[in-house]
Write a protein that binds this ligand. Structure first.
Ligand SMILES: Cc1cc2nc3c(=O)[nH]c(=O)nc-3n(C[C@H](O)[C@H](O)[C@H](O)COP(=O)(O)O)c2cc1C
Length: 321
C-alpha cells in the first residue's frame, strides 16, 4: 500500500501505546518484522515549550523506519509548529494526529477524542498542519461520542478534504475506553466512504483476527496494540499469514530471547534503575499463561539490575523445560 508517496511493505502497523511504544519496544517489534511502527503520543505543546521529557520521546533510530510519530494537542498553531519540528528532525516518515485518546487529562485540554466534537477546529488544525509539512499525514479516530459512528465519518471526510493521506479507525466510543467490542462495521462503512487508505484497529488478538478484519471491512491495513504487548512477533506473523496463508508460531525459546533483548535495550535507553522499574510490568506480559508465571511476576517486583533480570529469565526458562 501507499500513504501519499510512501510505499509500505506489508499491512501491519504497531499501534501508538503511551508508555509502551518507546524506542526499545519499537525496535524489538521491527526486528521481528512489522510494516510501520508508531511512537507513543507526543504533546505538541511539549515540543512548543521545549520540554525535555517530550523531546526525549522523539528519540529514534534509522533502522526502525518507516516510523509514524503521533502528535496530540488542540491548538492549531502549536500543532503545525510541532509537526514541522518533527519533519525537520528527519526521523519520521508519517505524522499522525491523535483524535482518539479519552484520558481525562487529554480530553480536558480539548485534545484527543475531544476534537471529534469539533469539526471546525479539526478543519483548522488539519489545514494548518497540512500547510506546515509535506510528510504523509494520518489521523487516528475513535467512533466518536456515540455508537453511530457519524462523528468518525464526518471528521474523516473533513480530514480527507484537508489533505490527510490515511485514516486509522478504532471503532469504540470515547466513553467505552477499551470495554465492549470494537464495531468493525464502522470500518467497513468508512472504507466505502473514503478514497484514501483506511487502517482498521481494535480487538485484533490473534493472527487470524487480522485476516477476519480485512475480509470483513476491506480495510487497507491493520493496526495492532495490546496483542503486540504480549506477543511482539504478531505483526510479522500477520504479514506472513496475509501473504502466504501460513505463519510460524513463536516458541518459548524465542519469547525468552525477546525478553532478554528488550531488557538489554531498555537498560541502554533508560539506564538501569528506571529500566528495571518499567520492565516489571512489561516482562510479565510476555509469559502470561505459562506455568509458574505468577511466581515469575512476583519475582519481577523486586528486580534491581540487568543481571538480576537476566538470571530470573534464565531460571524461569530452565524451570519450564
Ligand atoms: C496502554 C495503552 C496506551 C495507549 N496509548 C495510545 C496513544 O498514545 N495514542 C493512541 O492513539 N492510542 C493509544 N492507545 C490505543 C491503541 O493505540 C489502540 O487504538 C487500542 O488499544 C485498540 O487496539 P488493540 O485492540 O489492538 O489494542 C493506547 C492503548 C493502550 C492499551
Amino acid at each position: 500500500m501507499k500513504i501519499k508517496n510512501l510505499s509500505i511493505n506489508g499491512k501491519t502497523f504497531l499501534a501508538p501505546l503511551a508508555g509502551i511504544t518507546n524506542l526499545p519496544f519499537r525496535l524489538l517489534v521491527k526486528e521481528y518484522g512489522c510494516a510501520v511502527v508508531c511512537s507513543e503520543m507526543i504533546s505538541a505543546k511539549g515540543i512548543f515549550y521545549n520540554s525535555e521529557k517530550t523531546l526525549d520521546l522523539l528519540s529514534s533510530k534509522k533502522k526502525e523506519q518507516p516510523l509514524s510519530i503521533q502528535l496530540f494537542g488542540s491548538d492549531p498553531d502549536s500543532m503545525a509548529k510541532g509537526a514541522k519540528f518533527i519533519q525537520d528532525l528527519k526521523v519520521a516518515n508519517i505524522i499522525d494526529i491523535n483524535f482518539g485518546c479519552s484520558v481525562k487529562k487529554v480530553v480536558k485540554q480539548g485534545a484527543g477524542v475531544a476534537l471529534m466534537k469539533e469539526p471546525e477546529l479539526t478543519k483548522t488544525i488539519l489545514t494548518a498542519v497540512r500547510k506546515a509539512i509535506n510528510l504523509p499525514l494520518t489521523i487516528k479516530l475513535r467512533s466518536g461520542w456515540d455508537h453511530s459512528g457519524q462523528q468518525a465519518f464526518k471528521i474523516a471526510q473533513i480530514a480527507q478534504d484537508s489533505g490527510v493521506d490515511a485514516i486509522i479507525l478504532h471503532p469504540r466510543t470515547a466513553n467505552q475506553g477499551f470495554k465492549g467490542k470494537a464495531n468493525w462495521d464502522l470500518i467497513t462503512k468508512l472504507k466505502q466512504q473514503l478514497s484514501i487508505p483506511v487502517i482498521g484497529n481494535g480487538d485484533i488478538n490473534t493472527v487470524e483476527d487480522a485476516q477476519k478484519m480485512i475480509t470483513h471491512t476491506k480495510c487497507d491495513a491493520v493496526m495492532v496494540g495490546r496483542a503486540a504487548m504480549k506477543n511482539p512477533f504478531i505483526l510479522s506473523q500477520i504479514d506472513d499469514f496475509l501473504a502466504t496463508g501460513s505463519y510460524k508460531t513463536s516458541s518459548n525459546y524465542e519469547i525468552f530471547r525477546a525478553m532478554e533483548r528488550l531488557t538489554r535495550m531498555y537498560v541502554v535507553y533508560f539506564e538501569e534503575k528506571p529500566a528495571c522499574k518499567m520492565l516489571r510490568g512489561r516482562l510479565s506480559w510476555f509469559v502470561k499463561g505459562m506455568p509458574g508465571c505468577s511466581a515469575f511476576r512476583k519475582n519481577l517486583s523486586c528486580i534491581n539490575s540487568k543481571n538480576h533480570i537476566l538470571t530470573l529469565i534464565k531460571e524461569f526458562e530452565t524451570g519450564l523445560v
